[in-house]
Design a protein around this ligand. Sequence first.
Ligand code: CO
Length: 648
Amino acid sequence: MGQSTGRTERAAAVRHPLDPLVAEEFRRAANTLREDRGFDERWRFAAIELKEPPKEVLASGRKVPREALLICWNRDDGQAYKAVVSLDEDRIVSWEHRPGEQPNVTVDEYHECDDALRRDPKVVEALASRGVTDMDKVLFDVWAYGGSLIADKYRGRRIGWTDIWYRDHEDSNPYANPVNGLKLIVDLNRAKLLEIEDNFSVEKPKIMGEYAPKHVPGLRERNDLKPLEITQPEGASFVLSGNELEWQKWSMRVGFNYREGLVLHTVGYDEGGKTRPVAHRMSFSEMVVPYRDPSPEHFRRTAFDVGEWGLGFMTTSLELGCDCLGEISYLDAVLHDSTGEPYTIKNAICIHEEDDAVLWKHVDEVDGAEVRRSRRLVLSFHATVANYEYLIYWRFYQDGNIECEVRATGIMVTSHFPEGEQPPYGSLVDDRTYAPFHQHFIVARLDLDVDGEANTVVMSETEASPVGPKNPYGLALVQRNLPLRTEEEGKQDYDWNTQRSWKVVNDNARNGLGTSTAYKLVPTGCLPAMFDPSSPVLERAGVIGHTMWVTPYHEDERWPCGEFVNQSEVDTGLPVWTRQNRSIENSDVVLWYVFGIHHITRPEEWPVMAVDTVSFWLKPVGFFDRNPALDVPSTANEHCHSPGGGAP
Ligand code: CO
């Protein structure tokens, strides 16, 4: 990762222990394994990333060894291994056999399957029987799956299933045209068809699933939009040096890896020249997308976009003026293919400032108006996962707020159905075409360190007191604060009736009012799982059974549904760790917040959906003694503040 090419050498000299691996380090890590273990071309690398130093090592100030974490497997016998390689000494530090586990699916396998399937005579024949003969216009989308949905005869093999789509024109939208009822089961290690499932065939309805203007019949684009330009003649107000970012009293380090994509490290807020820690590390550690349609067409469709494919691997390059507007700084990301060869995603992360309307305002009868405009710092990246896109934004505000927003867009999965029927598990979006209901559960891993590591999570909710002598009008509202002391107590569900939220409190730090400093997680955008406890989805993704989980920090506890999610049967992450019922009181807590989209599909989301937006907030509660944004200056416009006013 680097701000521009050609700076790698210089950056290497001053590399911070949390900076992602550079291209040369990917190569060296892969080479070390290849040479030491005698890898041939049947060995593949599913994952290579920086092995981040544990917090205690980072805090000690000792020299931190530079290490890479690798997941690889042998395509001949299907065995998976996890390794740590020292990049300082080019040697293997650890080598661990992981029998029965399947590493994440790689982009290379996706392409190899697509290549092999379009040349397979049985597939060609099955498609021809449905009138699809131009194989160049066909797309095979490989999906991973797991649990009891995998047939016994395929257990232990590295397999996937595919949707089949086709384009009306060579450059038109494949997701406009599903090939219904035809599913392929593939052996990924051999890139070979195992089985064709031919469930049904529906006569294709007359639909319009194109979104690119050149393919939309009769589309006339609006012509009444005037230019809107954002200029910052003196440049942006943030300072980016290497991966370190500073803006309006905020400071942080920007990281990136194949699985989580963007990672924010060591987030702090400056007060009186001293950086007060807020979060040690924040990222998305899983995304679970079950389709709630039991039909043969969709019953396998539960995506784990982080664990199966990797948000980093799915990250796409951003374009100035389209994805990000204004005075932009981009960071490139470096990842690797399945042979271990590095490649660069140009402009993977966008960093910019945005005007955010009014921050605070009051109009005084005598003194006139005082208005301050809000500015926010935005770090974003976009991931395209086959038909869908996730746009992820972390926003930092001048008043100490942090907002994490996700926008889902792209193209919904659709199916056709026969004349005279109606789809029970989806919405009609076009002639005899429906988009199945589904849910997007995102797990944010929030290693908050509010004024230091020793924090307690407090469940905070509001209760109306009963009418009585002291409360004759029933007005009294009281706040109940319940410290969560164990991992069992840390399993929390949202309660709309009490407006429940969770505060991360530091009882060892006091504000000027004498109370503990804290940040509150405002639980917007959360949704219940709505699964029978016996459901295979819940068995694989126990995490979605609660809105929030709290664990004590452990460097190996990163993946809430387990490290190896591909083809998993049970969740070996949070449900297993929290069985220890460890203490989470006055300790280094990690919050796992589950939020997302309950996607009841709409006609307006076809053929391409405008963004569906969800977010959650982290807000200071007694972290400051008063509004920390009193010192934000008014804008140059003289109408924005009273005459004679101004910054104190
Ligand atoms: Co959706």
